[in-house]
Every structure is written in structure tokens, then in C-alpha cells.
Write a protein that binds this ligand. Structure first.
Ligand code: F6P
Length: 358
């Protein structure tokens, strides 16, 4: 009997998904030869709900190590909607279980972020054999030091800050660079340090606009004619931090903003007189080829997942702890997040570099 392995990519894409898919497949073929069949589920959980899949062959996994995006397609199917029957009348959980059974899968590999892991845990509790693989440029999955996609995004965001530096200097301006990261500020923290930002604002640590302006004025007194801010899209000021998320969103909508970045730029102009511009690299941070670090990490994670399949070890997700690839129980990871903690060494490094954290 052949082992039938399903694989899907869910949630937002990131560089390194294809490298991971390739890592899994190559290691499975090495370990199990003709005794394994790999079935690609199209567009994540959406494809599993609709029964959209295709039989893969070894050729499908060639030439994809360096390719961005995902050859399987992806879609956001929010966890909170998984148990809700919508207008189409489909019971999503029942449909996923049915298609898993129809495809005669022995297990299903779910590549994704926090939402993907919550649904993976749900499917596991429904009796399916699930293995998770942690992807996201946000680096916010609990139980792993790093996720694939993160270091590529840091490179892209750092490049954006580098380029902003020269134009900021030429024009003696403040430049506010908005980086992805709604709840977790790892990307803004790392790219801010790597790109030599002067001010870094993270969702985890509410800022005061007064402190931001003090930092800009202090630089001006030191004859530094420009300042660069690396702002995570989820950053919030102290007043917003006291609000519930819905209230904060409503307040921003009233003011005509979705993220704080444009408001910060306006406030800097008003309070310091510095001409200020905003730069939003946006989804560029999720695009293109994975960097060498992510290619290696994805390959290690993929090969480890193949070992889990061979050992029939399910209900777990792959992780990196220190320099060791290992795994956590899905139930220990689902619903938790890996945020920048108070006292983290990188915050101290930032402060020692004279970077204001607002
Ligand atoms: O979770 C990854 C992420 O890139 C976040 O940093 C960002 O807030 C979000 O996805 C953007 O999602 P979408 O691609 O749906 O606009």
C-alpha cells in the first residue's frame, strides 16, 4: 500500500513555500521511493473544502527552490469561519474530512501561519493526521525561533530602508517606512536595526508621538538633517493601546487611516516642522525569491516533515529551537503567538544604537 501524503499552503504567501514543498517531496521520495504519492491541495483549506486537488509527480518539484509564491496556490479561509455555515450551506469541517477520506490520505501537511495552525489543530482534533510547517514573514508562530519567509522579508525591508536613506539625506526629510507586522514587530525590529533606522515603532510597545518628535529634534540638534522611522503596520500610540481593537479601527477610519503611518507623518510635520514622507513597501515584502537562509531553513523543515511522515508522527508542527530542528504539538502552538517580549536582547541592542522605540 502506498502512503498518500496531502500538502497544502494556506493564508498569506511568503518566500520559501515552494522550497519547503520541494524539501518535503524530495526527502519523501528518497525515503520511500515509489511507495509514496503526493497530492497537492489547491488554494489551501478552500481547496480541501471544495475537493480541489491534483496528483503531483517528482517533476512538479523540480526547479522550484528559488521560486517565490506557492505552486499550490493559497487563500485566506479564516479560522473563526471554519465552524460557521454560510450562505452556500457548506459545513466546512465535514467537507474537509470528507475530501481527506475521498483522497485516501494517510496524512496532510499544512504550510501556514497562525490561522493555518489553528485550523490544523482543529482537523487534528477531528481525527485527521496533520503535520504543520511554520511559514510567515511576521515570525510570530509560537514555539519556533524562526519561520521561513521572515529573513527574506527582512532583506527586502532593509533594502527599502537603505534606499530611503539616500533620498532622506538629499532632501533633509523625515521618512516613515511602514513595514508589515500587525501583531508582531519582528520584521520592523530586525529591518530597522539592519537598515540603521533612527526610530522603530512596534505593535508590542505603544509609542508616544511626543517621544518620537523628541528623538527627531535631538538628531537635528546633532546636525543630522534627516530621520528614518521603521514602523510596523500594527504599531499604536499609548491612547490607542487602551482601546479595544474594534474601537481603534473605528477611530482610525474616522480619521481616514487604516495604519498609523500617515498620521505619524502628519504629526511629525506639525510638531517639528520637518518635511515628512511615507513609504509603504507592502506586499513586495512577501514577493520574489527566498534568500539563501530561507532556502536552507525551508529545506531543513521539509526534510524533517518527511521524517515525521515516515515515522507516522502526527498532530505536530515543525520548529527551530536554537540550531536544532524539532517539533511541537499542534495543540501547544495553536492560538498562541510569538511576539517581541519586553526585555528581548534586540530591544537592548536598538537602545544601545541610540534608536528610539517611541
Ligand atoms: O501574515 C502575513 C502578512 O503579510 C501580515 O504581515 C500582513 O498584515 C498581512 O499578511 C497582509 O495580508 P493580505 O495579504 O491578506 O493583505
Amino acid at each position: 500500500m502506498k502512503t498518500r501524503v496531502g500538502i497544502l499552503t494556506a493564508g498569506g504567501d511568503c518566500p520559501g513555500l515552494n522550497a519547503t514543498i520541494r524539501g518535503v517531496a524530495k526527502a519523501l521520495y528518497q525515503r520511500m521511493g515509489d511507495d509514496v504519492e503526493i497530492i497537492g491541495i489547491i488554494n489551501g483549506y478552500s481547496g480541501l473544502i471544495k475537493g480541489e486537488s491534483r496528483m503531483m509527480n517528482p517533476h512538479d518539484f523540480s526547479g522550484i527552490l528559488t521560486v517565490g509564491g506557492t505552486i499550490l496556490g493559497t487563500k485566506r479561509t479564516p479560522f473563526k469561519m471554519m465552524k460557521v455555515v454560510e450562505e452556500d450551506g457548506v459545513d466546512k469541517v465535514a467537507a474537509m474530512k470528507k475530501h481527506y477520506a475521498d483522497l485516501k490520505l494517510d496524512c496532510l501537511l499544512c504550510l501556514g501561519g497562525n490561522g493555518t495552525h489553528k485550523t490544523a489543530d482543529l482537523l487534528c482534533k477531528e481525527g485527521l493526521n496533520i503535520i504543520g510547517l511554520p511559514k510567515t514573514i511576521d515570525n510570530d508562530i509560537y514555539g519556533t525561533d524562526v519561520t521561513f519567509g521572515f529573513h527574506t522579508a527582512v532583506e527586502i525591508a532593509t533594502d527599502a530602508i537603505d534606499r530611503i536613506h539616500t533620498t532622506a539625506g538629499s532632501h533633509s526629510r523625515c521618512m516613515v517606512v511602514e513595514l508589515m507586522g500587525n501583531k508582531a514587530g519582528w520584521l520592523a525590529l530586525y529591518a530597522g536595526i539592519a537598515g540603521g533606522a533612527d526610530i522603530i515603532l512596534l505593535p508590542e510597545f505603544p509609542y508616544s508621538i511626543e517621544n518620537v518628535c523628541i528623538a527627531i529634534e535631538k538628531r537635528a540638534k546633532q546636525n543630522k538633517s534627516f530621520s528614518i522611522l521603521a514602523v510596523a503596520e500594527g504599531a499604536m500610540d499609548v491612547e490607542e493601546a487602551r482601546m479595544k481593537s474594534k474601537e481603534r479601527t473605528a477611530r482610525r477610519a474616522e480619521q481616514g487611516y487604516t495604519t498609523p503611518t500617515n498620521r505619524i507623518a502628519r504629526q511629525i510635520e506639525e510638531m517639528t516642522g520637518f518635511e515628512t514622507r511615507v513609504c509603504v513597501p507592502g506586499h513586495m515584502q512577501r514577493g520574489g525569491s527566498p534568500c539563501p537562509y530561507d532556502r536552507v531553513l525551508a529545506t531543513q523543515f521539509g526534510a524533517y516533515a518527511a521524517k515525521l511522515v515516515a515515522n507516522k508522527e502526527y498532530g505536530v508542527t515543525v520548529a527551530m529551537k536554537g540550531t536544532v530542528v524539532t517539533h511541537n504539538k499542534l495543540s501547544d502552538v495553536a492560538g498562541k503567538a510569538h511576539l517581541v517580549p519586553e526585555g528581548h536582547g534586540m530591544l537592548e541592542i536598538a537602545r544601545l544604537m541610540g534608536i528610539s522605540l517611541g
